[in-house]
Design a protein around this ligand. Structure first.
Ligand code: XMP
Length: 517
């Protein structure tokens, strides 16, 4: 992990669904935040020297025998602490308060009342502010030395504060948007109580990261797999700014790209940014390898393997490459405790180009591994990438291959490419592209009977999907105005020869995943 000179707020993770959101809310205040597991030692905390600590929520009950808890001596460090939900409860039980499990868990909206004017945490919050509750346990006796500074109808001790020790707790979740003024609580804590410097911004990140890349790479060569997505594009632009033509990018046409994708990438990187770009046209190689395969996992593995072959070939051509650059983001690398609250730390790691590092003896260069997606987009803007790259919806590594349900053939991919292009075009025309996390089309191996121009048709079915999401971990289906879907469906049936029926997928995640395969 990089040592930052920025003031840091630590988010101590008790297995919460929302730890990443807490970290993001802090960074939105231009303060650097970092998520650490609750098992972090006192020495490690001291070494980081945070300006403040936030205890996250978590799925466990503090009343359970093996409930996760931090080193109790953390309260004596003199560092301000804010506990959220489980975080408040753990502060309570470790400081002579009491927590009980009522018959019913409280879930949903509540309103903060009886706000104490002396509250430091709730400064500026209007009375009856809406907050989001999601808890089983409740604090029934405030911890020793704490005062209650706000309540809700079902939760008398909704906010507690100890001004002398600078320790605070809230039962609800200020980090979620449903807590409409929650950001004020985070801001009051981070800026007023912790007095953290607001020195975390994209400009300062670019400066320090360029220096870091230069010192790591020296005069060696770097190879970057470019996909046309925002992450790899930002990585390439940033590294190029640091080391110029020591960077070579490789763009692989696997035959499963979106319409116009290869041209766009070449135009931007080779022609506009003047970054050395190798274009590996491997469409036939991929199609041959995928012939007859319908199993989703086997498809992914086959695509991954061919990708490695092609990439390896390109790397050999470039010669003497030491580093492989990847667009790994913070959510991919966060060390998170297991949901059961067990002590074992699981590290979520994700390689954009499946398994490349292990097989190819590169050193990894991952300049975005501290950033969230929205920060990467900001960085892309600052580096001068065009909006069509920066605000592009995410696209999976295996491309249209995981959207072409059933056997992958050139003909079916061409059909899907057209469907996808029409769907995205209609979304853009309706001005909705920016409201959607990801929109996609799948071609299904199902034929249905239709009628067009008095003729019977018997063609494949496509399914459209658009979701809203914060981080792709969960997602909800996007509510289109019906006329947008109608236009898309009508154009698809009229303009794409292979399709005569259009479905709209209204499955949220969970239970569905965003991609079909
Ligand atoms: P799922 O389908 O698991 O996808 O809900 C979550 C997000 O990840 C993207 N995705 C991938 N991205 N390589 C990637 O770089 C992959 O193999 C891959 N599979 C899914 C997906 O598009 C969505 O944004």
């Amino acid at each position: 992990m990089i040592q930052h000179t920025h003031d840091t707020i630590l988010v101590v993770d008790f297995g919460a669904q929302y730890s990443q959101l807490i970290a993001r809310r802090i960074r939105e205040q231009h303060v650097y935040s970092r998520i650490v597991p609750y098992t972090i030692s006192l020495d490690e905390i001291k070494a980081i020297g945070p300006k403040g600590i936030i205890f996250s929520g978590g799925p466990a009950s503090v009343t359970a025998k093996d409930a996760p808890h931090p080193d109790k001596r953390i309260f004596a460090l003199g560092i301000p602490i804010l506990g959220i939900c489980y975080g408040l409860q753990i502060i309570s039980v470790l400081n002579k308060g009491a927590v009980m499990r009522p018959d019913r868990r409280e879930y949903g909206f509540a309103h903060l009342t009886h706000i104490d004017p002396s509250s430091e945490l709730l400064k500026g919050m209007p009375d009856a502010s809406q907050v989001w509750m999601s808890h089983g346990d409740s604090v029934v006796h405030a911890p020793e030395g704490f005062i209650c500074t706000a309540s809700t109808e079902n939760c008398p001790l909704a906010v507690v504060e100890n001004h002398e020790k600078n320790i605070y707790g809230v039962q609800f979740h200020p980090e979620v948007v449903h807590s409409t003024e929650g950001y004020m609580i985070i801001s009051n804590f981070v800026l007023d109580i912790c007095k953290a410097n607001t020195d975390w911004n994209v400009g300062s990140f670019i400066e320090s990261e360029i220096e870091r890349i230069k010192s790591i790479v020296g005069n060696k060569k770097v190879l970057c797999g470019l996909s046309g997505g925002v992450d790899s594009s930002v990585v390439a632009a940033l590294i190029h700014k640091a080391i110029g033509n020591q960077l070579t990018c490789v763009f692989v046409n696997n035959g499963m790209l979106r319409k116009g994708e290869a041209d766009l990438v070449i135009k931007i990187f080779r022609d506009t940014f003047k970054i050395p770009l190798r274009f590996a046209d491997a469409e036939q190689h991929f199609l041959d390898a995928l012939k007859g395969i319908t199993d989703p996992e086997l498809k992914r593995k086959t695509i991954g393997k061919v990708f490695i072959d092609v990439f390896e070939h390109e790397a050999n051509e470039v010669k003497d490459v030491t580093f492989l650059a990847q667009g790994t983001l913070y959510p991919d690398v966060i060390e998170s405790i297991s949901p059961s609250g067990g002590p074992s730390a699981t590290i979520k790691s994700h390689h954009n180009v499946g398994g490349l590092p292990e097989t190819m003896n590169f050193k990894l260069l991952e300049p975005l591994r501290e950033l969230f997606k929205d920060e990467v987009r900001e960085l892309g803007k600052e580096l001068g990438l065009p909006d069509e790259i920066v605000y592009r919806h995410p696209f999976p590594g295996p491309g249209l291959g995981v959207r072409c349900v059933g056997e992958i053939t050139k003909e079916r991919l061409d059909t899907l490419r057209e469907v996808d292009a029409i769907f995205i075009d209609e979304i853009k025309k309706a001005g909705l592209y920016g409201e959607i996390w990801q929109a996609l089309a799948c071609l299904l191996p199902v034929k249905s009977v239709g009628v067009q121009g008095d003729e019977r048709t018997y063609r494949e079915v496509c399914s459209l999907r658009a979701v809203t999401s914060e981080d792709a971990m969960t997602a909800d289906w996007f509510r289109f105005p019906p006329e947008v879907l109608q236009r898309a469906a009508s154009r698809i049936c009229n303009e794409v020869a292979g399709v005569n029926r259009v479905l709209y997928d209204i499955t949220s995640k969970p239970p569905g995943t965003i991609e079909w395969e």
